[in-house]
Structure formats: C-alpha cells, structure tokens
Design a binder for this molecule. Structure first.
Ligand SMILES: [Zn+2]
Length: 447
C-alpha cells in the first residue's frame, strides 16, 4: 500500500528519517537526516565501536547475511546486512558486488555496492539469524500469505513456509534500477516481478500512455511512432484545469492494468501484484498538456468489496510527490464512495506513510464539519456526510481527545480553538477535488 507524498518515513530502529526528494526532471537525489536533527552517522559510529574487528583473511567473498559497515551516498559509514551477492562481469574470482540493506533506513534505499564501499574490519562474526527469520515468515498473517501467493508468478500452488521464505528472498533484490517514463528518468525503490526476459535489464523504457515497457530506447522510439494513445485507456471521469482522472476497467484493459501493476510495484514495498486485474478498477490521475495526459499517480479499487474497501493500492509517482496529489487521490476515493452512497475504507495493511496520510485526511474532513456544526452532530451523521466508517471517525476523534463521556454517552467536544489547533497540526489538504467536475456513475456489472 501507499507511497504518498505525505509525512516522513520511519527507519527500522524507530527513528524518523526525512527523505528529501528533489526531482529536476532527470535524476532523483535523496538525503537522509533524522527528524530531530540527530546525525545518523553518530549512530553508525557508535555501532562501529561495538563491532568486533575481524579483518581475517579468507573472508571474501562475503556471505549473504553478513553484517558490515558500508559507505553510503552521504560519504559516511552505516551498518548494512548483505542480502545478495553477484559476480561482476569480466572480473577476478573475488570480485563480487553486494546487494545491501541499510538496517537504519527504509528498504527503498537497498542497493548494489562495490567491495571498496565496505569496511571489512567491521564484519560481524554471525551470519544471519536463521531462527529469527523463520519465525518472522511463519508469523505472517493469512492475509499477507494470500498476498504473497498472488504475487507469486505461477500463483497456482499453496506455498509452504520454505518456499515462502525463498519467495521473500527473491523479492528482496531490486531488479530494475531505473525507468524512463515520459520526460522523466526515475530511480526505482523496490523489486517488481517483471517477466523473466526483463531480468537482465537495469533500465526499462515505458510508453507513458499505454504503459508497455521495453528494454531498449530504440524500441520505445519505434513504439511511440505507432502508439496512438495520448492518455490512459478508459473513461475520463473528472477534468478540472489541467488535471484529469481516468477510470480504467481491468477487465476491458487487461494489459494496461498489468503494466500499471508492474510499474507501481517498483515503488510500493508491500503491494499485492494482482494478476487478476479483471476484478479491479484503476483510477489514473493525469496532468494534461498539448502533448497528452501524463500519469501522475493512481489508486485501484475492487469492483466488489465485502469489507467495504474503497481503495486497494495508491501511488504517486516520485517526480510528482510532495505536491498534494496523494491527498487528492484519497479525497477522490471518498468522493466516489459518497456517490455510491456507501462508507469506504482503505484496504489493510496500510503502510506507515499511508496511515499518516489517512489520519490527516480524516482529521481535516471531520474537524471542518465540526467547526460548522458545533457539537450538534452525531458520529452516524458524520459518517453519512463523509463516507468515512463510523469506527474510524470515533478513533480519529478519540486520538485527538475530542470525545468526552457524559452520563454513559459520548459527546463530541467542538471548542473552536481546540479544533483550529488540531487542524493546523493536520497540515494542508493538498489539491481540492472539485465534485462538480466529477461525471461518474458507480460500476455495474454488465449482463
Ligand atoms: Zn504506447
């Protein structure tokens, strides 16, 4: 779920790392600094002192699972765990590259590094905690397991714990490093299960309109001469200024739906890759100009959800992040639910970023209404007005300490000063959805 242009990601040790993404339309650069201004390199240095120095011969090549210090793009050493290794082309017997996970950072920063970036004096004695890892894989919920099953390329057999583990191993290593999409070259964040024939490509070229992908620039150029799409397939259901939203039925546009999933997975860690795109509608947000409609982000939605999910996956593409599009997509999903006359909720699990974005949305929407209606409104009425589930309204208001119990009943506190303070803390709402520009009827199965 959800990569959003919202709050800051959290590193594994619970510290908050701020990822400043700047896009010059060509290259992304990321800087990491802890939220409280604490320099992460200090943590790294402390860690280094604890490490038993063990630069013994015969250490190379390093085993998968090895913990070692690695020089990152900030020029400083950070603790990493070796996830994978590979022999370098035209190299000596010990010339390997290592795929490492920076244990203090989000997995999106995992990368291939050269031996000279590693401080071999800092290699730790133990290799991998097999027991701990096994416990983690067995602790997966049925829901997570179902998702893994669906991600599995063959996807037909029930996976046992061992093959599940193997699958996890496989999906850990980023396969495609960059993509070209329209006028952007974008560094990818995560593994995506492209068909095997694409596994030897570090870079893929996407047609920004039909999302077909190719291994070579010349192939893309040839494709662009004959591709007649200038926007996503499907119906344009919203247009306001230069923004358009297209509704794409996964059943009618299977290839597009699959391409979109491959693309999205490059930026979503725990996304389910639905090969069965038939069951989904995709809402693709575009910025339009005289060259066409350029995809900014999207969300997917099950056509029928027994759990009243109104959103399955959500993504704002990196060049468009931090501009309020993620908030726009969330707001849009609720506008659709309102038109359907149903309450809706995002599919779980939500990423930490996703949860923060949703809490911000719920807070802004509910508090704006409370400001107008004072206390004279019930949770049920709030739910009817907003399509937000009653228990999510209650938990949002409780977490803001706006619910008081009086004589066995709960009452909503609507002190304007308190509401304003919370609204300020919840941040800006991003781009507004202009409901008058939404021309849409809810999905109905065609007979
Ligand atoms: Zn195309």
């Amino acid at each position: 779920m959800g990569s959003m242009d919202g709050p800051t990601p959290t590193t594994e040790n619970g510290r908050t790392a701020r990822t400043n993404t700047t896009c010059n339309g060509n290259k992304q650069q990321q800087k990491i600094q802890s939220d409280d201004g604490f320099d992460l390199s200090v943590v790294a240095a402390d860690k280094e002192n604890e490490v038993f120095r063990k630069g013994k011969p015969g250490l190379l090549p390093l085993e998968v699972g090895t913990r070692v210090m690695c020089r990152w793009r900030d020029g400083k050493f950070h603790p990493v765990k070796v996830i994978e290794r590979r022999k370098m082309v035209s190299a000596g017997p010990n010339d390997y590259e290592y795929y490492v996970h920076y244990t203090e950072f989000n997995r999106r920063l995992d990368e291939w590094v050269k031996l000279e970036q590693l401080d071999l004096d800092s290699v730790e004695a133990d290799v991998d905690e097999k027991v701990e890892d096994k416990a983690t894989s067995l602790k997966m919920t049925r829901h997570q397991k179902r998702k893994i099953d669906e991600t599995h390329v063959e996807g037909h057999e029930e996976l046992d714990a061992a093959s599940l583990r193997e699958h996890e191993e496989f999906t850990k290593v980023k396969n495609i490093a960059t993509i070209e999409l329209g006028r952007y070259e974008i560094e990818t964040w995560y593994f995506s299960p492209f068909p095997p024939e694409y596994n030897d490509s570090l870079k893929l070229y996407f047609c920004e309109f039909c999302l077909n992908f190719m291994k070579r620039k010349e192939q893309l150029q040839r494709h662009m001469r004959k591709c007649d799409l200038k926007h996503p397939p499907g119906d344009e259901i919203y247009r306001s200024g230069t923004l358009s939203m297209f509704e794409v039925d996964g059943k009618k546009n299977k290839v597009y739906g699959q391409n979109l999933c491959y693309l999205a997975k490059l930026f979503l860690d725990h996304k389910t890759l639905y090969y069965d795109v038939d069951l989904f509608l995709f809402y693709v947000l575009c910025e339009c100009d005289d060259r066409g409609c350029h995809m900014v982000g999207y969300f997917s939605k099950e056509k029928h959800s027994e759990e009243s999910y109104n959103l399955a996956c959500i993504l704002t593409l990196p060049p468009y992040q931090r501009k309020g599009y993620g908030k726009f997509l969330i707001a849009f999903s609720y506008e659709l639910s309102k038109k359907e006359g149903k309450v809706g909720t995002p599919e779980r699990p939500l990423s930490d970023l996703g949860m923060l974005s949703y809490k911000g949305y719920w807070t802004r929407v509910l508090l704006e209404i409370l400001k107008k209606h004072k206390s004279n409104i019930s949770i049920k009425e709030l739910s009817d007005m907003t399509a937000i589930k009653a228990d999510e309204i209650l938990s949002t208001l409780q977490s803001l300490e706006l619910i008081q119990y009086r004589k066995g009943q709960h009452a909503i506190c609507a002190d304007p000063k308190v509401l304003d303070r919370h609204l300020k803390a919840a941040g800006r709402g991003g781009l507004e959805v202009d409901v008058s520009k939404l021309i849409w009827t809810p999905y109905k199965e065609q007979g």
